[in-house]
Design a protein around this ligand. Sequence first.
Ligand SMILES: Cc1ncc(COP(=O)(O)O)c(C=O)c1O
Length: 429
Amino acid sequence: MGKSSSIIRRDKKVMSTSYDRDYPFAFKKGAGCYMWDTEGKKYLDFAAGIAVLGSGHSNPSIVSAVKKQLRYGTHCAFPDFYSELPVAFSETLLRQMPSPLNKGRVFLSNSGTESVEAALKLAKWKTRRRYVIAFRHCFHGRTMGSLSMTNSKPIQRKGFAPFLPVKHVPFPYAYQMKMEPEECGDHCLNKLEKTMKQLDGNCAALFMEPIQGEGGYIVPPKSFVKGVRKLCNSFDVLLCDDEVQSGCWRTGKFLAVENFGVTPDIVSLAKAVGGGLPLGATIAKPGIMEWPKGSHSNTFGGNLLACAAGRASLDFMKKRRLGENAVRRGKEMTKRLDEMKEKYEIIGDVRGIGLMIGVEIVKSKRSRAPDAEARDSILRKASENGLVLLGAGKSVIRICPPLIIAREQAEKGLDILENAIKVINNGRS
Ligand SMILES: Cc1ncc(COP(=O)(O)O)c(C=O)c1O
């Protein structure tokens, strides 16, 4: 029995049965845009540890910053004592934020769900209102507050009620709603306005992923995101922007919402912000995060290794202008994927900004019916040929490689993906 099979067998015996693996890849090591499994096989990585490794695997600047900090200590209980590193990390982070968030305050945690929980609690504390609004297909995490909003797959909510008071409204998934993007955006804005009227004076915040991640890499039209901001202003509702997956230059801008010309009130970050170590950050505009001592805190927030890695990663991404690389590579990849869409009946839609690209696999272009089985077969086939990918939504292939990816690596990965799509497409007809 190979090493991978033996690890998988042991995993199946002791690990929670809730983990959801698409195919049997067992990680041994990573470097840049490559990973190796426990059998020594090399793979190109189009998943970046679920959009975490913007600066790539084992980035030397991050490794050296973590090693340096290890000499001084790993943890100082930052919420209870003072330390420079978490402050320096937060200052670096604030410098990347659009105005006026760059003059705001930061709360540090360890994951995406915690950075959303902090935003949710903060919005409730600030407004003393009961309800929040979230979108269909959204994913904000799996702890009870964020899960109350999460709506991307039924299995994520089934059996966990009761939830916090949340109203869900449609997000402009123009492709599946079979509408033109602007028309779809207007339709969703009407529904949102109705809900805001119903909840008038009783709604603390609206939570939005500017590009939905887990739900299927769904890109709304610009007019919709602008309309959301306007409605939040009219109804005095805080706009909480979940950038856990889309943030840190993945779409070119530091925050994906900047592509739509909108500034939120509260931002949640995690994943790429920690450079591969667990780190979450919630950032609020001035005048919001002024809650009293003891009202919100934790144990590991501001962990020294995570802050060392996070600061090194932010510096690296900024210095190397990885946002620009994301836009360049994203355009080339989307062009090639659009060409593939013309060739293969099972590719229904290609969408994205920068290196956050979704390819929707369907039963036929006419029906647009999601084909989860075909998508899963493509993921498996690509992995057999040395490309690591993840799924999203019902039948979307998500493409979110490290932002350092070179043109040749992107092309090589797309060759493998095209080959897998061709096999599944032709095998079906
Ligand atoms: C947009 C978004 N918000 C929140 C989360 C939750 O993050 P975590 O899994 O670190 O709790 C995720 C995770 O995928 C996410 O994509």
